[in-house]
Design a protein around this ligand. Structure first.
Ligand code: FES
Length: 112
């Protein structure tokens, strides 16, 4: 049986330097997928999630943006150095990293 795993989206949208809007790829997100997968493997969690690059998630001003779809958890201003912490604390230990939340997008969640 092919079980559907929870999915994490990493925005890798790239806008022109002349665009008035920021974009996550300009903030380094194109490296995140590889780092995320490496960290999942390091923690023995590689089968826990599917991680995919995505287009714009609509949170450009808060990028780089990483979104745990099923949980509706949005991480913003994510740096490369935050990925190991997100994997360890959120994925492995089940404790989302609240200080990286995009709080304005977390309103649909009933509990944290
Ligand atoms: S460019 Fe990443 S959320 Fe819009």
């Amino acid at each position: 049986m092919n079980e559907q795993k929870p999915i994490v989206y990493i925005c890798t949208n790239l806008r022109s330097p002349s665009s008035p809007k920021p974009s996550c790829a300009r903030r380094g997100s194109e490296k995140f997928l590889e780092i995320f997968k490496r960290e999942l493997k390091a923690h023995g969690c590689e089968d826990a999630l599917d991680v995919e690059n995505s287009g714009c998630l609509g949170a450009c001003e808060d990028g780089a943006t990483v979104m745990f779809f099923e949980e509706q958890i949005w991480y913003g201003n994510v740096q490369e150095s935050d990925i190991p912490r997100i994997v360890k604390e959120h994925v492995k230990e089940g404790k989302p990293v609240q200080e990286l939340f995009i709080k304005r997008l977390m309103t649909r969640r009933k509990t944290l």
